[in-house]
Design a protein around this ligand. Sequence first.
Ligand SMILES: C[S@@+](CC[C@H](N)C(=O)[O-])C[C@H]1O[C@@H](n2cnc3c(N)ncnc32)[C@H](O)[C@@H]1O
Length: 274
Amino acid sequence: MGAPDTYILGRSANETRRLILQHQIFGPLTRRFFEAAGIGAGMKVLDLGSGAGDVALLAADLVGASGQVVGVDMNAEILETARARAASAGWTNVTFLSGNVREIALDADFDAVVGRWILMHVPDPVGTLRHVASRLRVGGIVAFHENDFTYPPTVFPPTELSKKMQRWTIPPHGGPGPETHMGTQLFKIYVAAGLPEPQIMIEAAAGGGADWPGYEYLVETFRSLLPALSQITGATAAEMDIDTLAARIRDDVVSRQGIMMLPMMYGAWTRKRA
Ligand SMILES: C[S@@+](CC[C@H](N)C(=O)[O-])C[C@H]1O[C@@H](n2cnc3c(N)ncnc32)[C@H](O)[C@@H]1O
């Protein structure tokens, strides 16, 4: 019997679209992080929590035709999207396995294990990291890219609406749902999993102007999270006026020639010791 499916962002078609839009914004950051971590040509990479396949496809681009990527996700449905996207990109060396990463059989000769926005969603990140590291060869790379809301996403200069958005959408730390302070905990989680102390990289996507896609991305994220947010922060679609929210944030930012900063991304990487 597998673990129950309690994934907070839901399983809708809207959520799949949100993951793809998300990668347009965060893909360049994740690429820079993976390059710093040493992911490169010819490697065999395990991608944990593949979702719609964006990280697996990015890894495929870095390892090239002589490498291999195996993605794992417990959501069998979203893996159909990931498989279709890999096929249409022409990758024959990218495969996806459906199941909980702690329960499915995996090879033990990976050169790297990677993931984005996954350790924040698993109930036991130390155990998960220890488990996936056991699937690596000695010297293999462990590279995870996660959020942290210790410093919340914001608008510069802040507006009444941006302050309200923080109240609606940032749950108090330590409550139910994803670990919202995962980024700043990566160092200690790696060490607790028996890995060498990781190097850390922090970057945030930010933008301004009328055409920046971040406003829509953020509101689509709120939409996917609404059932959980309404329980955790009390926010409602009506109070947020969610259908006009992206336009209102855009107007706020553009009218002040301000910028909006999205959640900070923390990357941690290390190599498995002998
Ligand atoms: C926020 S999404 C991230 C998707 C992708 N990594 C990306 O960056 O676009 C997290 C994914 O992890 C999957 N997931 C969560 N816990 C999992 C587990 N224990 N085993 C396998 N997949 C898991 C969810 O089903 C979901 O698709």
